[in-house]
Design a protein around this ligand. Structure first.
Ligand SMILES: NC(=O)c1ccc[n+]([C@@H]2O[C@H](COP(=O)([O-])OP(=O)(O)OC[C@H]3O[C@@H](n4cnc5c(N)ncnc54)[C@H](O)[C@@H]3O)[C@@H](O)[C@H]2O)c1
Ligand SMILES: O=C(O)C[C@H](O)C(=O)O
Length: 267
């Protein structure tokens, strides 16, 4: 397609092999994939030509962060520690807030127009903090900052489809609220994430399914950037539909053509 907006996507600190799944899902439209701090980037880079239709580059070290981010259209942030059994996502706040801080500051400097897809927990806090960092830098645009809650939707759809015995593709379960404990509000309650964290016993969280969910969400962003109409996903965004300043709800993805992010109330 000659009018396709070829995107540059940066994924700082992705978790190993799982994120190749994410890249494979998106590579049909992205022109560049930039990895930062991926230990096996060189091996992956060699195989990249076979696996992907896009160009792959890897950077490492604080001094290369600016180069990695420079001009990115989408930045997907999965960097940070996962919780261990018995912890809540809020328990990660101290450590992950520091990890993503330098990324947010660098995004404001090197790619202030990028759509930011925040995966790192606690999303309920990393998003409001990111908003403040961008406000201080004078780059905040509420239409471009997303807490990725797609995994809640993926789970809700899977649970519901299993229960009523229909294909997952035939159901839709919007999830509103936030991304922690009782703030995750699908049409039915879910204890999303906790069982996986316990099963992995401290060795990561829902990393693989998050790679899929992250790819679904980033794909919606790519479609929005390419002017595809009516792309709707749930996301944790700045919001005025409740008294809360940030709230996950259905949003139609940011579109260069429409210059606006529609937030609907999921009624
Ligand atoms: N939003 C969601 O639905 C969702 C789903 C799954 C995981 N998560 C969150 O994503 C984050 C990662 O989870 P995971 O299961 O992929 O964990 P993981 O341990 O498999 O991967 C974490 C990645 O972060 C990097 N990292 C760790 N410390 C770092 C530091 N100081 N600086 C830069 N990078 C650093 C690691 O190198 C690794 O690549 C966690 O905060 C987790 O809670 C969110
Ligand atoms: O549960 C976690 O800690 C990881 C993630 O937020 C999830 O929902 O799977």
């Amino acid at each position: 397609m000659s009018d396709t907006h070829l995107c540059r996507i940066c994924i700082p600190s992705p978790s190993n092999i799982e994120n190749i799944c994410e890249v494979n899902q998106l590579s049909y439209i992205a022109q560049w994939f930039i990895f930062f701090c991926l230990p096996f980037i060189f091996a992956f880079g060699l195989r990249g030509g076979l696996l992907l239709s896009c160009q792959v580059a890897g950077y490492a070290g604080e001094e290369q962060l600016g180069e990695a981010l420079d001009g990115s259209d989408i930045v997907i942030i999965p960097a940070g520690v996962p919780r261990k059994p018995g912890m809540t996502r809020d328990d990660l706040f101290k450590i992950n807030a520091v990890i993503v801080k330098s990324l947010r500051t660098a995004i404001a400097k090197y790619c202030p127009n990028a759509l930011v897809n925040m995966i790192s927990n606690p999303v309920n806090s990393t998003i409001p903090i990111a908003a403040e960092v961008f406000k201080n830098a004078g780059t905040f645009d509420e239409r471009k900052l997303f807490g990725v809650t797609t995994l809640d939707v993926v789970r809700a759809k899977t649970f519901y489809a299993g229960k009523v015995k229909v294909p997952v593709a035939e159901v839709n379960v919007p999830v509103v609220g936030g991304h922690a404990g009782i703030t995750i509000l699908p049409l039915f309650s879910q204890e999303g994430g906790t069982e996986v964290v316990e099963a992995k016993a401290g060795k990561g969280s829902a990393t693989l399914s998050m790679a899929y969910a992250g790819a679904v969400f980033a794909d919606a962003c790519l479609k929005g950037l390419n002017g595809v109409p009516d792309i709707v996903e749930c996301s944790f965004v700045q919001s005025s539909i409740t008294d809360l300043p940030f709230f996950a709800s259905k949003v139609s993805q940011w579109s260069e053509a429409r210059h606006q992010l529609h937030i609907t109330s999921c009624r």
